[in-house]
Design a protein. Sequence first.
Length: 251
Amino acid sequence: MSTDAWGVARYESTAQELAPVAERAVQALALRGGEQVLDVACGTGNAAAVALGLGAVVTGLDASERLAGVAQERLPEATIVVGDAVALPFEDGAFDAAVSVFGVIFARPARRAIAELARVVRPGGRVVVSSWVSRGPMFEAVMVMRRAMAAAQGPPPEDPEPVDWGDPDALRAVFAPYGELTVTEHQLARPDTAPEDQWARWETEHPMWVGARAVLEPAGRWEQVRADTIAAVRDTPGGGPYLLSVLERSA
């Protein structure tokens, strides 16, 4: 994949599907007008847009230069910067609240990213993170792709500080040093799209699948991944279960 891995293809279409999660995540922050809010791994700016609409002063950060540019053009009143979730370029306690919608969960090392989120939020502030649960059609599709990638080029490097983002007990344990964590499960509605049409969009627009295709198609594995993914999506019931973790920062 390119060095701007999440900037390739057209993540915008996936971001549109995830907009309801951003709405729910920002509502969970219980913002008061004028509060300083950080959107980590902001992508195209879904959560940042909701926070702005509630009267917050918003900063967004993303590792993708292209997506940061998309967010800045969409939200000229926000401050959008390019940066790394494991080394946030902000002072301790700079924000009243922080949010990350399916973003910080991809940062490595994971525990360092969590520590950074907590560091930049003031005592008494709030942090909200959404993360996928390890079941459902999207999860099964990703597993097909990951198995094929591991077979083609070996397993990915292990995270030295791993976190099981789909396990509420694991999340409570890892966030415990920073305050009290409440975890609830929600459901992202399944797209009203045939599995074949969903696949067609993924393989041409979603950064993860576009990146995988660049590896698997030359290796002669792509057609099998296509067939297995379509079957997995068709045969797995339900939508997209996810967790919403709400941290109340300790004083």
